[in-house]
Design a protein. Structure first.
Length: 495
């Protein structure tokens, strides 16, 4: 049905013309939406809201002007018919999309209805597997929380736990061992609060989906991390990312997996994404600032030259695995720590995700069967749609400092690591690298470094000797061995 044009019978007031233009734009937006393939049902609902909030008041105002003779009655009636038909089509499309979306999801059935053919309501039986699932150490829901999920009483949930022999597990750890775990954790993370300590203990059994440090910011590196995360958490309905070129392969993959014209990948500035910005604050506070302070110390005391590409190679080889260990630990602890707020009810991301799966289901899809070659083919196939939205993409990426392989022969890398391992076993303490006491400042080896963090004044970052001096030793030995190999001298001598 075509949108009725404004009849050329009268000279219409400016507000009437403006109302007509707004109604026409709203109609065209809805019509284009209906012509799209497999559109998300939420977009239909949003369009219906726009019609209700913007178009409906204008249509009502135009209808009230009919008795005044300012506008033709037949035209207003045609407008009403067009919008009634449009609204009906949107509702039908939304219902069909919701049904299609439901078929794509797997819903958990924690409660089974058993008809006993006896007087009273049917019996509700809670799944043993479900109760075991919610009692895992990284989530451990209370009976009251399980009752809200299953729409049963907490007493009934408790009775089924007893029936299945599922007990709330309390660790038999001694006070001394508990103190030791907490002390070692606080050495690694002096700034961690009580919620992170609880999360660490909970994970020890006593949803950040992906977090990893890399030596480049290429698109294939980002999409590999994304695929690894989907194997643990499933494919999200939507992904939001900033306008960096490193996100383009994830955008193409999401369009392939979730479809076009449904905001499968949402481009936006990260500064407007308060959740990710808050997460980066925690990432910095929990471990990244300490690594930055440590690298600053390597420059000041232990011979690191950040302008030397070979030093950067050594830095990556020695410490990238340790940084990724910290990434994994932070991800586990964040997902297990409780979040404040009325919307989270003091629950952890692990619990919130489980509740969401129980309530809404999970998509019956995974990326396990996609090989790297298939992923690359998918990304290339969907380049066209990304090209159509080039305004969303800033191809200027962050320039990663160059690093250079320090040896002539690739096989020498194995010799390098074997020699570093031998140096550690022999306890070699090379001089001239700031690890001997006489090479330290007058007030001794520092236990912290001063950093400028954001707009804040300088902050003291604690670097406990038990952890960070050992890493400084690793750097000194690695640099010593690298230089000796470059000089052609592989015979290590205790100095």
């Amino acid at each position: 049905m075509e949108f009725p044009a404004l009849p050329n019978l009268l000279a219409y007031p400016v507000p009437t013309v403006q109302a007509y233009e707004l109604l026409e734009r709203t109609y065209e937006q809805a019509r284009d939406l209906l012509h799209q393939h497999r559109t998300d049902p939420l977009r239909y609902r949003a369009q219906l809201d726009i019609i209700r909030q913007r178009a409906a008041p204008l249509l009502d105002a135009l209808y009230r002007q009919i008795p005044t003779g300012e506008i033709p009655a037949f035209w207003v009636e045609n407008l009403l018919k067009v919008y009634a038909n449009l609204t009906s089509n949107l509702k039908v499309a939304m219902q069909a999309g919701s049904q299609r979306d439901a078929l794509d999801r797997i819903t958990l059935a924690p409660v089974r209805i058993v008809h006993t053919h006896l007087p009273g309501r049917p019996r509700k039986v809670i799944s043993r597997t479900f109760l075991n699932l919610v009692q895992k150490a990284d989530r451990s829901l209370t009976d009251a929380q399980v009752a809200r999920l299953t729409k049963m009483s907490a007493k009934t949930v408790g009775n089924y736990r007893k029936l299945y022999g599922i007990r709330k597990q309390y660790s038999g750890i001694s006070d001394q061992r508990l103190d030791g775990i907490v002390r070692r954790y606080k050495q690694k993370k002096p700034d961690a609060g009580i919620r992170y300590v609880w999360a660490h203990l909970r994970f020890q059994n006593v949803k950040i989906t992906g977090l990893r440090a890399s030596n480049n910011n290429k698109a294939q590196t980002v999409v590999k991390l994304f695929l690894d995360a989907t194997r643990s958490y499933g494919i999200p309905s939507r992904v939001r990312g900033d306008r960096g070129g490193e996100n383009i392969d994830v955008a193409r993959l999401m369009i392939f997996l979730r479809g076009e014209n449904r905001a499968s990948f949402i481009w936006g500035t990260s500064t407007r994404n308060t959740r990710i910005e808050r997460l980066w604050v925690e990432v910095g506070k929990q471990f990244v600032r300490r690594w930055k302070a440590f690298f600053q110390r390597l420059e000041d005391l232990h011979g690191l030259d950040i302008d030397n590409p070979q030093h950067l190679w050594l830095l990556h080889k020695l410490f990238l695995p340790h940084i990724n260990d910290d990434c994994k630990m932070f991800r586990r602890e964040w997902n297990a720590h409780t979040c404040r707020g009325s919307s989270t009810l003091n629950q952890s991301p692990n619990v919130l995700r489980l509740q969401g799966i129980i309530k809404h289901g999970a998509y019956d899809e995974d990326c396990d069967k996609l090989s790297p070659e298939q992923v690359r083919e998918i990304c290339n196939q969907h380049f066209g749609q990304i090209e159509n939205n080039e305004h969303d993409l800033h191809v200027e990426s962050v320039q990663v400092p160059e690093m250079r392989f320090p040896f002539f022969d690739p096989q020498t890398e194995d010799i390098f690591f074997d020699t570093v391992r031998e140096a550690m076993e022999q306890g070699i303490m090379p001089r001239g690298f700031g690890i001997h006491q006489e090479e330290w400042p007058d007030d001794g080896y520092p236990t912290g470094e001063i950093l400028k963090v954001g707009k804040n004044p300088e902050v003291l970052i604690a670097l406990p000797l038990e952890i960070w001096f050992e890493r400084a030793l690793l750097w000194a030995r690695g640099l010593y061995v690298m230089l000796r190999i470059q000089e052609g001298d592989l015979e290590l001598q205790l100095q």
